[in-house]
Every structure is written in structure tokens, then in C-alpha cells.
Write a protein that binds this ligand. Sequence first.
Ligand code: HEC
Ligand code: HEC
Ligand code: HEC
Length: 101
Amino acid sequence: MLRLMVLFAAVLVLAAGPAMAVVGGGEVVLKNKGGDVTFSHESHVAGASLNCQACHPKLFVNAKKHKAVTMKQMEKGQSCGACHNGKTAFSVKSDCKSCHK
Ligand code: HEC
Ligand code: HEC
Ligand code: HEC
């Protein structure tokens, strides 16, 4: 866990370097059977005013270390479902098209 956090801290420093125009990890495409989902750092960090620690490193590390979850697991609060539960943000049980294009 500590190694993971150190690694992540290094990634943050790199990300904050010259590419200030890109917010956090930019746009990340999560391919899956329900239709590709594009996660936007801009709309979460700038739009929804979330800080990096709301998601990193507890929920997500980076695209390479991504561990795919199912919608069932999200409904139980994993991954995007930690917030997309109909209270903090729109629910993973509906609004499929808001995420899957
Ligand atoms: C709402 C959740 C959320 C917030 C807040 C957030 N991130 Fe991310 N971040 C993600 C997701 C999702 C990924 C994709 C990795 C994955 O799917 O496991 C990611 C990936 C990354 C990556 C790796 C990109 C890649 O292509 O692998 C970096 C770097 C990153 N984030 C930096 C940041 C920084 C810096 C902040 C704060 C300014 C931040 N993130 C805030 C969810 C978030
Ligand atoms: C908050 C965004 C979001 C919403 C809303 C959402 N999904 Fe997903 N869904 C994802 C992401 C992201 C993945 C990929 C998960 C991963 O890679 O960890 C996924 C994966 C899937 C998968 C493949 C995994 C599995 O469970 O079989 C299917 C099918 C799917 N979604 C269907 C749906 C349907 C149907 C709805 C509406 C009832 C829905 N999704 C709502 C983000 C969302
Ligand atoms: C830490 C909480 C949190 C997590 C985790 C999170 N979101 Fe969100 N998300 C929000 C909030 C807050 C909003 C804005 C309120 C709303 O739209 O309900 C939002 C808005 C969105 C939107 C609408 C704005 C846009 O970008 O078009 C999409 C799509 C979305 N999230 C997808 C995702 C996906 C996909 C994941 C998982 C990879 C995810 N979110 C994880 C909190 C979160």
C-alpha cells in the first residue's frame, strides 16, 4: 500500500508538470461490454470540485492498474458507484447513457 502511494505521488508530480492545461489524468476511456465510457477529470475536478484524494489512490490508480468491476459491484458502492448512487451523483442504476456512449 505504501509503495502504491509513493508511486502515485510520483505520478501526480509528473502529471502536474508541464501539462497544466490537462486536469489530472485528462480523459480516460474505460472500454467495456456496455459501451465505452469516457471518464472526464475536468468535469469531476473543475466541474464537481472534487479533490484528487476523493478518488486516488483508494478507488483508482491509473489506466494500467485498472481493475474492471461489473455494474453489480458498482451498485454496491465500488468504483464509480462510490458516488454515483443517486445521492452524491446520478445513479449507476439509471442514466446509463450519461456514461455509456
Ligand atoms: C472522481 C474521481 C477522480 C478524481 C477526483 C480524480 N481522478 Fe484521476 N483518475 C480517475 C479515474 C477513474 C482514472 C482512470 C484509472 C482507472 O480507471 O483505474 C484516473 C486516472 C488518473 C491518472 C492516470 C491517467 C491514465 O491514463 O492512466 C492520473 C495521472 C490522475 N488520474 C491524476 C489525477 C489528479 C492529479 C487528480 C486531482 C487533480 C485526479 N486524478 C482526480 C478518477 C479520478
Ligand atoms: C457513472 C457511470 C455509469 C453509469 C451511470 C452506468 N455505467 Fe455501466 N459501466 C461504467 C463503467 C466505467 C464500466 C466499466 C467498468 C470497469 O472497467 O471497471 C461499466 C461497465 C458496464 C458493463 C460491463 C460490465 C458488466 O457489468 O457486465 C455493462 C454491461 C454496463 N456497464 C451496462 C450499464 C447499464 C445497462 C447501465 C444503466 C442501468 C449502466 N451501465 C450505467 C459506468 C457506468
Ligand atoms: C468521488 C465521487 C465520484 C466518483 C468516484 C465518480 N464520480 Fe462521476 N460525478 C461525481 C459528481 C459529484 C458529479 C456531478 C454531479 C452529477 O452530475 O450528478 C459527477 C458527474 C459525472 C458525469 C457527468 C458529467 C460529465 O463528465 O459528463 C459523468 C459522465 C460521470 N460523473 C462519470 C463517472 C464515471 C464513469 C466514474 C467512474 C470511472 C465516476 N463518474 C466516478 C462524483 C463522482
